[in-house]
Design a protein around this ligand. Sequence first.
Ligand code: NAD
Ligand code: UDX
Length: 481
Amino acid sequence: NFTVKRIGCIGAGYVGGPTMSMIAKYCPHIDVYIFDLNQTRINAWNSDNLPIYEPGLDEIVQERRGKNLFFTTDYTEAVIKSDVVFLSVNTPTKHYGLGKGRQADLKFIELCARQIRDSVKTGHKIIVEKSTVPIKTAMAVSRILKTSSDSQATFDILSNPEFLAEGTAVKDLENPDRVLIGGENPAAIKILADVYANWVKREQIIQTNLWSSELSKLVANCFLAQRISSINAVSAICEATGANVNEVAHAVGMDKRIGSRFLQASVGFGGSCFQKDILNLTYLAEHYHLKEVADYFYGVISMNDWQKQRFAQKVVHKLFNTVSSKKLSVLGFAFKKDTGDTRESSSIFICSKLVEERAYLNIYDPKVSELQIMDDIMRVMNDAYDGDFSAHLDTTPESEMVRRCVKVIKDPYECVKDTHAVLIMTEWDEFKTYDWKKMYDSMKKPAFLFDGRNILDHSKLEEIGFDVYSIGVAEKNPAQW
Ligand code: NAD
Ligand code: UDX
């Protein structure tokens, strides 16, 4: 007779916010509370200016907030009083100590488990791992929860990884390919499945054991990223031989066994998940003495790093082997379109490489703030992945250089004006609608365009007068500079 009247979620981020909003939308009979330690983030969720941009999310939050959807820093309301508690905190790559740069840092997950154990003393709760975690994390959570000496509380632990992609979170949540629930207790699995069944077809809600569920999430991201690295590897062969990567991707993707999605050659994948999760899996493989497995998946990251580097090098090479003191315009800074998120964006790496080459950069992105762009480039140039470095970041010579060389410009036409080259870094739709003749006329000549996403009409741009370079398409006159 366990009924779900209230659901709580720890972590009001890119996953917690949209996921819980969707539950609130389709389960008006359930109150949904999202808790975060970060007061600023909670304030933003409670304002008209949500902390993340996702098409369609504003409407859902507007509709449910204050009715059955609450964003709060009140732990009791969100966690202690809830029947089901989702853990949706960040699990970044560790940036210190053992496993630095490889292993997932689970300190936030562990903290959540300890806090729940220490604060929940009666009743039964279902704890749901929503965050992406290494296999066997549920065992650690379970052990911690069971070690209270003065508690009558009981817990079920479920794994329910999230497969949404940023920019399409609402669509993905509304119509998921599958909902995956891993657990040991069929009754607990059924309770969570019943929540999703309010809008997801039963046959799409699949059940596995805990470890398969935890592992499936890492594997899904490795496979997706592997497709991008594969097509990006092919793009280099195309450039060398005269094949066209778009044609190859189309021809190959029409094989139903392969499928056409995630074969878009690009300047390299970014985002908070792919690299982190591949590192996570390779670290696990090594832990189990499976070096060959680790090496195999690590290749996906190496290829991605090479693709980013190749792009930066091509820009320098084509601009007569020097960009020093030249002005370049960068269109797009988010790691993909329809999001303001820049985590691991290829733009960051490429901009920092070009600043190292002493180029001046004008950067435009429709959704990313100036502060974020400057901070991202400074961090990479200072090689400082650790939040603790923030205090010093402002005063280093590298940061001074970024401030001197990088300008963030709010208007795309202003951004491109007087520059030697345009670099398309994110596939924002609006880039396709620009008046490229007007852009060309305002640029220095020869005017170069490097399409890192293959989204523009290159013949048209060449007709206008641009020297166009794209990913995976051989140059027309390679002998020419
Ligand atoms: P995020 O950084 O946007 O959000 C995490 C939030 O958790 C932050 O607001 C942080 O303040 C909060 N938090 C951390 N510790 C806390 C604590 N002890 N108490 C309360 N709040 C706490 O992260 P995200 O992108 O939402 O990712 C969360 C998890 O979901 C990660 O494991 C990630 O790998 C996974 N995931 C992310 C995506 C994505 O597209 N971003 C997709 C699928 C899965
Ligand atoms: C990814 C997974 O898709 C999602 O299922 C998981 O839950 C979280 O990680 P996300 O990182 O938000 O989602 O975006 P995704 O659409 O996967 O794109 C990741 C990166 O790959 C972006 O930089 C994107 O531009 C790039 N990409 C994607 C390509 O370069 N080519 C493609 O064909 C597809």
